[in-house]
Design a protein around this ligand. Structure first.
Ligand SMILES: Nc1ncnc2c1ncn2[C@@H]1O[C@H](COP(=O)(O)OP(=O)(O)OP(=O)(O)O)[C@@H](O)[C@H]1O
Length: 701
């Protein structure tokens, strides 16, 4: 019996496929399908490429003009479709490339080989920015990685063929200039070491083993590593091939970063928490994890719950999961924002209360006013004291009695409250809950707490879920986390959290997982590479958080220094405007210029992000009157498929979404000192990092 050879596609091949004219596209598709089914067919003529550095790269004729470049080693049964282009361009592409196996990690790596002379003379093709840095610090140029042995560099993911170049690097901008030629794990490993991590810290954090013997001629084994699978995908049949080739730009479905790959599959002994700055692929990872759990660890009758904070995000994720999973998997997935889950649970248990989402409206407002009427007016407390105390202490900690309140920790609250004062304050909260109850209303934190208590009192093994995957964890407060803990018994693969403290836009929701019964020790991981935003936009967004405290969703801190983006573009423009009318003029000018630069055929997505609904409406009205079609993103609709429109959103509503270009319009007050404006700055960070390629920030006077 002869086994069918392994056929794989490379990321470059798919990117190239997405750029082909439609007439060529269908020809390439047809050829690739035939190739997949039998790469040894006598009809395929593998031609040698004269002067190629890698004798295993062959050219295959598609028609008179077009050539495919294929990896076909002389021994072994592995074939990789690497590239497709016009004859001369395809040959040029192939000439100085080599597909090699890293002798320490065992990963398959595509290397662009520079001539030795070029490496000696011009180590890393510095960018203009790099040149400026070089000029300034010419006298202090020590090699960045001088202290590392070859084996250490190789273990980080540096290809053997690039060791000399990497050894020449003396600054981070030089390293960044080399990014396009380094495998993703190599670049990431190097910038983490440049930022101060040790090699073993990097390897431990990314769960890379370097103690195995690697056979550098076994390409089939190399293809199976997570590192290889971040750039090559094995296709077993026509159906898989077609699915991938029909959506060549949906790279997130096929090529996971090695860390995403490792975390998405395999068993974990308990709750996992993955941190990562904006755009580092947390939601993508969470979706792949949910799929794996549904396919591999979910018995009939159980489901994987995928939950997040808002309804918009849940519906966005549900749409994406539909493109990632087959119907059998989807049947084992339930996607719901936490409040919708709570609502459904209350209905299923015939609990009649409705949840208060806005204390400033209707019956909740009446309840609040009635509660405030009983306050002791002799106490010298600021106007907003009671509401903040209710949210940040009473509801957040689930305090239900005066005794509990007497000893409650009031971390983050400014004033110190004596026991006598606490006693005098408490009746307001008691009255408020009573007033709500008589109106059949409940604060959401109280609903979380009461449901958690109910579930814990029941047989926990009756949980409907095999696992729960949680996105945007930073927006879930202590009671929400405790509820999630109560929804599933503690055990392997129970809870999988992804989140980012930089993006906490509901500041009252700060929680420490360990204090909510969620123990992540030994299962805390991080993603570092931003796949969405250009590095220029990322830097601008991060600069806004300078001086702000950022937590790690537990009791520790997170930092911004170790994140990097994979793409580059223009730096965001930062301008001021005197009033909304002037801002709208700038918004229109930015959008027109961006669209003109992109060309009509592309129909790039654009979003104007404002700090309030009022400003969003005012800006939309003016932009509409300038002749641009505008659509508002609301809790009900993201309009994510709409093209040739200008989207409008508030900063809260833009959360989790992404656009080709973004204009953020924010009042000058958002840019006050970091200790005073931490929440506003986090909103700005969220808003700016929605942009993939281009961004503008308008400061409103
Ligand atoms: N492995 C990958 N390959 C290619 N693209 C990826 C990959 N992972 C994520 N992306 C893309 O990067 C962008 C950001 O991904 P995602 O939304 O998962 O990030 P995030 O960390 O959840 O972002 P945020 O916290 O800002 O909402 C998306 O366009 C996604 O498709």
């Amino acid at each position: 019996m002869s086994l069918k050879p392994k056929v794989a596609l490379s990321q470059d091949f798919l990117l190239q496929l997405s750029k082909l004219p439609s007439s060529v596209h269908s020809k390439v598709m047809k050829w690739a399908i035939q190739f997949q089914s039998d790469p040894t067919s006598p009809g395929i003529n593998y031609e040698y490429i004269n002067g190629a550095r890698d004798p295993n790269l062959k050219s295959v004729r598609l028609d008179r003009d077009w050539r495919g470049i294929v990896f076909k080693p002389n021994s072994g049964d592995v074939y990789v479709l690497l590239y497709v282009d016009h004859h001369d361009d395809a040959y040029r592409w192939a000439e100085n490339r080599k597909l090699a196996i890293n002798p320490v990690t065992g990963a398959m790596q595509m290397v662009i080989i520079e001539s030795v002379a070029a490496v000696e003379a011009a180590p890393a093709q510095p960018t203009p920015a790099a040149k400026a840095v070089q000029a300034q610090t010419a006298e202090a140029q020590l090699p960045l990685f001088g202290g590392l042995e070859d084996r250490e560099l190789l273990s980080l993911g540096v290809p053997e063929e690039m060791l000399a170049e990497v050894r020449h690097l003396t600054s981070e901008p030089e390293l960044d200039a080399l990014q396009g030629r380094l495998p993703v794990e190599g670049y990431e490993g190097l910038f983490l070491v440049a930022a101060g991590d040790t090699v073993s810290q990097v390897l431990n954090a990314r769960e890379t083993r370097v103690d195995r013997k690697v056979d550098t001629s076994d390409f089939a084994a190399a293809l199976a590593t997570p590192e290889s699978q971040s750039r090559f995908v094995i296709v077993d049949d026509d159906e898989a091939m077609l699915a991938i080739m029909n959506a060549p730009l949906a790279q997130w479905r096929v090529f996971l970063h090695p860390t995403q790959h490792k975390l998405a599959s395999g068993d974990r002994s308990g709750p996992v928490r993955v941190l990562g700055g904006a755009g580092t692929g947390k939601t993508v990872l969470a979706m792949h994890r949910a799929r794996w759990l549904a396919d591999n660890r979910t018995l009939d009758g159980k489901k994987v719950l995928f939950t997040t904070f808002t309804k918009n995000l849940a519906s966005d994720i549900e749409q994406n999961l539909r493109t990632l999973c087959g119907s059998a998997t989807l049947a084992k997935l339930e996607v719901r924002n936490l409040d919708a889950w709570v609502h459904g649970f209350m209905r299923s248990r015939k609990l009649e209360h409705r949840i208060v989402y806005d204390r400033k409206q209707d019956a909740a407002l009446q309840a609040w006013q009635a509660a405030m009427a009983v306050r002791d007016t002799t106490l010298d407390l600021p106007d907003n004291f009671y509401e903040l105390e209710l949210e940040q202490v009473v509801l957040a900690q689930g305090i239900t009695t005066r005794d509990q309140y007497r000893t409650a920790r009031r971390t983050g609250r400014e004033s110190v409250l004596s026991r006598t004062k606490r006693d005098a304050v408490w009746p307001v909260f008691e009255e408020y809950r009573g007033q709500l109850s008589s109106r059949k209303l409940k604060e959401v934190d109280d609903a979380y707490r009461e449901i958690a208590e109910l579930l814990l009192a029941e047989d926990s093994h009756a949980s409907a879920y095999s696992a729960i995957v949680i996105d945007e964890t930073q927006d879930l407060g202590p009671q929400a986390l405790k509820l999630l803990r109560a929804m599933i018994p503690a055990g392997a693969n129970d809870l999988f959290f992804v989140g980012d403290g930089h993006q906490r836009i509901y500041s009252r929701h700060r929680a420490a997982m360990s204090k909510c019964g969620i123990d992540i020790r030994g299962r805390a991981r991080k993603l570092y590479l931003n796949y969405r935003t250009t590095d220029e936009i990322r830097r601008q967004a991060v600069a806004l958080l300078e001086g702000c405290e950022v937590d790690d969703l537990d009791d520790g801190h997170d930092e911004t220094r170790r994140y990097k983006s994979l793409s580059h573009g223009p730096a965001p423009s930062v301008v001021t405007a005197d009033g909304l009318e002037a801002a709208a003029v700038q918004v229109v000018a930015f959008i027109k210029a961006f669209r003109a630069a992109k060309g009509d055929a592309d129909a790039p997505s654009v979003c104007v992000i404002a700090s309030s609904e009022k400003n969003r409406e005012a800006l939309a009205k003016q932009v509409q009157s300038a002749g641009l079609t505008c659509l508002t993103i609301t809790a009900q609709a993201n309009h994510s498929d709409s093209r040739n429109v200008v989207h409008f959103a508030t900063m809260h509503r833009a959360k989790g979404l992404e656009f080709d270009a973004v204009v953020v319009v924010a009042p000058e007050s958002y840019f006050g000192t970091p200790d005073q404006t931490s929440s506003q700055r986090k909103l700005l960070y969220v808003a700016l990092t929605r942009a993939k390629r281009s961004a503008a920030l308008i400061r409103l006077n």
